[in-house]
Write a protein that binds this ligand. Structure first.
Ligand code: PLP
Length: 223
């Protein structure tokens, strides 16, 4: 299937999910996760009208960036080793995987301007997943106050791979409640308005539970 055809189907699902929860579809940013596919396929996504591309590895990002450059807004969505920050910091428009102080320090040091970051939260507390536990997030946000090149724009999570809808809703709701608590503190360095949650198998549920950024790989550009 072409990216365009996949995207048409996904847009219908997004509209339906938005209708179900009385949200405007303009609130949702679709990020095409291109980590499994070629640069040509990523360009197809741009031609289909998708401006946001996501990569989880430095190598994949730089390879595609070389051809596509600033035509796309690049989202770094994977585990980020501190020593690689300097290689991608000039290319990325958002980092979704901030999960520790040492990484924040490195981003703050290497960035030339404020970098919008999501804090990655391991809501489901699966051992295989990265991210802070929910109980650690609020104090982590407070420690970032003087990092002038970091702006905490929201929270990100990866839900477990399950068909259990209630379980997924529970996880998304916890992230949203945590987002609300941080947002309501009105920190200057952490407006924390956004929720990066929802992937190919759970994005409609994530939207109903408040997602603002959905990250779609297999269903949109393929595996
Ligand atoms: C791969 C990946 C996605 C996309 O996964 P699909 O299930 O293929 O949509 C989203 N977010 C992160 C962090 C990923 O690594």
């Amino acid at each position: 299937m072409s990216v365009e055809a996949n995207f048409a189907e996904i847009k219908k699902n997004i509209e339906q999910a938005c209708e179900n929860c009385k949200r405007a579809k303009e609130e949702i940013t679709v990020i095409a996760v291109t980590k499994y596919v070629s640069t040509e396929r990523a360009q197809e996504a741009l031609q289909a009208g998708i401006k946001h591309l996501g990569e989880n590895r430095k190598e994949g990002l730089l390879e595609k960036y070389e051809t596509i450059g600033e035509e796309a807004a690049w989202h770094f969505i994977g585990t980020l080793q501190s020593r690689k920050v300097k290689d991608i910091i000039g290319q990325v428009s958002m980092i979704h995987s901030l999960d520790r102080k040492s990484l924040a320090k490195e981003i703050n040091k290497r960035a030339h301007s404020k970098i919008p970051c999501f804090i990655q939260v391991n809501v489901s507390e699966e051992e295989s997943k990265h991210g802070l536990n929910t109980s650690e997030v609020e104090s982590f946000v407070e420690t970032l106050e003087n990092y002038e090149n970091i702006r905490i724009v929201g929270l990100m999570t990866m839900a477990p791979h399950t068909e259990d809808e209630e379980k997924l809703r529970g996880i998304f709701r916890q992230l949203r409640a945590l987002r609300d608590r941080i947002r309501d503190k009105r920190y200057k360095h952490a407006p924390c308005e956004y929720l990066s949650m929802g992937m190919s198998n759970d994005y409609t549920i994530a939207i109903e539970e408040g997602a603002t950024h959905i990250r779609l790989g297999s269903s949109l550009v393929g595996e």
